[in-house]
Design a protein around this ligand. Sequence first.
Ligand SMILES: NC(=O)c1ccc[n+]([C@@H]2O[C@H](COP(=O)([O-])OP(=O)(O)OC[C@H]3O[C@@H](n4cnc5c(N)ncnc54)[C@H](OP(=O)(O)O)[C@@H]3O)[C@@H](O)[C@H]2O)c1
Length: 293
Amino acid sequence: MATNQHEIYEKARKRTVQKKGFYIHIVLFILGASIIYSLTLINGFDIDHNAVNFYIAITVWFLLLLLHFVKVFITSKFFDQDWERKATEKLIQKHNKKVLLLEKKLQKSGVLPAPTVTKMKGLFTAFKKKREIILIAALGSNNELGKDNDLIWHLPADLKRFKKLTSGHHIIMGRKTFESIGKPLPNRTTIIITRDKNYKHEGCLIANSLEGAILLSKKDESPFIIGGAQIYNQALKIATKLEITYVHHTFEADVFFPKIDVTIWNEIKREFYKADEKHNYDFSFVSYTKKTT
Ligand SMILES: NC(=O)c1ccc[n+]([C@@H]2O[C@H](COP(=O)([O-])OP(=O)(O)OC[C@H]3O[C@@H](n4cnc5c(N)ncnc54)[C@H](OP(=O)(O)O)[C@@H]3O)[C@@H](O)[C@H]2O)c1
């Protein structure tokens, strides 16, 4: 969190320096233009004879000032590092799709002889989007998750985000979390993990281990692990992405989320929201991806 605050501060500081530079440039331009004009008069030059040079100099300088404006208020503002990252990701995705299409075409038409296809497959699969295992959780300031098998806050925006992210996907949860929810959630495939071999619930898949649950969700490119504490503890090792809601408040709790090791997890996105009439606490949505070694 401290790293992120530092990044925000650094960004704000850079923007201030950029804007200050531009305002100084305007003042210099006005002063410079006035001085050039005055010198022309003081030296007794005939302004009509020197007018062309004078106007060229001022026009060139004005264009430079305009470029400076574009750099500070358009390029740096809208095409910052965040934009660069997103654009690169989009490009890679587009490229991956093309490669996969090509791979399929070549395989279908049999243009590539079998051994070559096998050889190239390794290359193509390297481009393929990796399957994600996403762990989604909401934590208090001390990593609190819940108490008495229930949640300890009500944040409609968090529920809405949870629904948006998980809809259409497999959601994997411990038996206790399932029982605290009470029913399978619509538009999602519910997988319950329990050691009880006879456990059943209508509309749900049952797994007797985390690995079993992951296997049951194998057709989903991004299944979600939704808790609770026991399952998070086991799943943090295999997750590739974390979608965390930080509730900026401390709570009494009996289950806690494990520590997120920042040497393993890269924070890639953070959105902060202030408390309002519907939300009793400030909160942030933070996404992490696992660092590749
Ligand atoms: N804040 C959040 O985002 C969030 C999200 C989810 C849950 N929660 C909270 O977390 C709490 C529940 O968490 P919890 O840790 O008590 O329970 P849990 O992780 O939801 O479920 C634990 C149960 O899962 C089964 N299980 C765990 N590991 C297993 C394994 N390796 N193989 C087979 N089965 C396994 C066992 O079921 P059996 O006993 O049936 O064998 C175990 O009792 C609640 O307070 C809930 O509200 C908070």
